[in-house]
Design a protein around this ligand. Sequence first.
Ligand code: BDR
Length: 330
Amino acid sequence: MKSVLHRMLFCGLAVSMTWIAAAAEKTYTLAVIPKGTTHEFWKTIHAGAVKAQRELAEKGVTVELIWKGPLREDDRDQQIQVVETFMTRRVDGIVLAPLDSQALVTPVVNATKAGVPVVVFDSDLKSDKQVSFVATDNYKGGVLAAEHLAKLLGEKGKVILLRLAVGSASTEAREAGFLDTLKTKYPGIKIISSDQHGGATRETAYQASQNLLNRFGREVNGIFCPNESTAIGMTKALRDIGRAGGKVKMIGFDSGTQSVLDLKNGDLQGLVVQNPMLMGYLGVMTMVKHLQGQPVEKRVDTGVVLVTSENLAETKIKELLRPPVEQYLN
Ligand code: BDR
């Protein structure tokens, strides 16, 4: 009896060692596809993905990382084409930030049907075919912005929301969190504009901001912008009319270099910050776990925090504002 048990244990050990060895020898080819490649935010995502690649390599798991996305976050055709290219190439997995929550559904469904699993990160998709969704709680990010702006305004005044783009689920959730909070909790705050979009670049955001301030620049008391490019464009436009420096209370999003400077110089009174390094890292790690047959969470929350002059100097906040991107992107 004992020898049979020994043989069974030995076989079991041998099988598991073989499995681990096989898993270790496997090379995974992953396509990581951001919404765009212009903003600093995406460079930090890329650095996080490389960090995961290096850690996996140390464990004997080789990942070939292909980083490819549209230049601009509004180039739907380009992003769809990139997804379809990697589906045709039958990469082992696609890690995708869909720039349009509807337009990318069919390409993701088709990739999944072709046996190429998809992890969605950063911005949600109107589908349940993805393996996992790794992102900020963006609605909460909008709530944080509204609560802080209301406090700064003494719960009364006129407010503008400059949106990013139609179809951008991440920023639409922030915009909804912001507006819902003001409408339900702060009746003394009047939203004088919430239907304009800044578009995919700082330049388009700056133009949209100038147009808004031409109309409301003298009466507005507070403004929220839901991403890097809209925050930078609006803050520049406020400086142009001499109403930066806290004259208009301005809340931005994302830790772009310019926005961090604007927070330090007093042109921004709050900055809602994500953790793109962790998002890129967990996007890759989640896909590899899935490919290795391990269970993965359907929703992975990578965190969001409000940064102000009060907590700017805290170690954890400094790490979020200045992630070690150059350590991974040489
Ligand atoms: C922005 O778009 C969003 O999807 C990202 O989270 C980031 O805030 C980049 O411009």
